[in-house]
Design a protein around this ligand. Structure first.
Ligand SMILES: Nc1ncnc2c1ncn2[C@@H]1O[C@H](COP(=O)(O)OP(=O)(O)OP(=O)(O)O)[C@@H](O)[C@H]1O
Ligand SMILES: [Mg+2]
Length: 275
């Protein structure tokens, strides 16, 4: 799916009227099948931007076009149909506790499935092999029939990522996919996600706090205080640019010295947490 954002600003419904909009006017284009990482300090507006792109938050001003269509100009049934082509994977997937993993994974198919097929799948899951294959890519195939509330936080997060693969969506919006994962599972998860998006020609946009992972994406968008701080091919995301993106926030938030945001290099640990 192709994305065009022009002067888009957005404010959360619950935000106070005096607070600055979470997204200040932003403009960028993302081509179909592109893979983009969004980074920036906590509170920069990364999640809000994913919500706006998922048509879950209406812009205050400016425009959003998805495959040359203005979603907010569509009648509700067509907007719902378009939403079926978008998959927002939240940082903590809302998985019903008593549900089995297989049901949770296959629930991602529902928006693009007929009512009859959805009802049939309530009685007995269809597409079992597809769900198992998606889970296997996150080293979770053995949990296919387990209950969701018996999984660890990291396992739940990986179930959320497996849902993306079966969704049939053409725009994947993934919020901090690695936040509960250990370094080796994080590496597998990002490899599986990017590879699967390529296989399905899906556009992949993911927010990340791990700068070294983000700079392995072809393109990196840096957000700060709701503004586009940079939008660059990853080879141009220099140490200086990263330092400017995250400048002072570590002092403000924790009193700790600024983190090392070296994008690559031997001295950098495998995964950098910049919160
Ligand atoms: N539901 C909400 N209601 C009101 N304001 C919100 C809501 N969610 C986020 N905000 C505000 O919008 C701004 C951007 O928040 P957002 O969650 O997009 O940041 P983020 O970059 O994703 O941060 P993090 O790295 O901590 O996830 C912040 O100032 C935040 O306080
Ligand atoms: Mg966020």
């Amino acid at each position: 799916m192709r994305i065009s954002v022009n002067g888009l600003s957005a404010r959360h419904r619950a935000a106070s009227a005096t607070a600055a909009p979470a997204l200040q006017p932003l403009s960028f284009e993302i081509a179909a099948g592109e893979q983009v990482a969004i980074i920036g300090p906590s509170g920069a507006g990364k999640t809000t931007l994913l919500f706006a792109l998922a048509c879950a938050l209406k812009p205050m001003a400016g425009s959003l076009r998805l495959d040359d269509t203005d979603p907010w100009g569509l009648p509700v049934p067509r907007l719902q149909k378009l939403r079926g082509r978008l998959l927002l994977a939240p940082q903590t997937p809302p998985l019903p506790p008593r549900q089995r993993v297989i049901t949770s994974v296959l629930a991602a198919r529902l928006p693009n499935q007929s009512l009859a097929a959805s009802l049939r799948s309530l009685i007995y899951p269809t597409h079992i092999a597809e769900a198992e294959a998606a889970l296997a890519r996150f080293d979770l195939a053995s949990k296919l029939w387990d209950r969701v509330d018996r999984l660890s936080g990291g396992e739940r997060q990986r179930v959320g990522l497996a849902r993306t693969l079966v969704s049939g969506a053409s725009l994947w919006l993934v919020d901090e996919p690695l936040s509960s994962l250990d370094p080796s599972r994080a590496a597998l998860a990002i490899e599986s996600l990017t590879q699967a998006a390529r296989e399905r020609s899906a556009t992949l946009i993911t927010t990340l706090h791990q700068v070294d992972v983000a700079t392995r994406f072809p393109r990196v968008i840096g957000l700060r205080e709701g503004h586009l701080h940079f939008d660059l091919p990853s080879r141009e995301v220099t140490h200086e640019r990263l330092a400017a993106l995250y400048a002072q926030h570590e002092h403000e938030l924790t009193g700790a010295p600024p983190v090392d945001v070296t994008p690559t290099g031997e001295a950098a640990p495998a995964v950098l947490y910049c919160r």
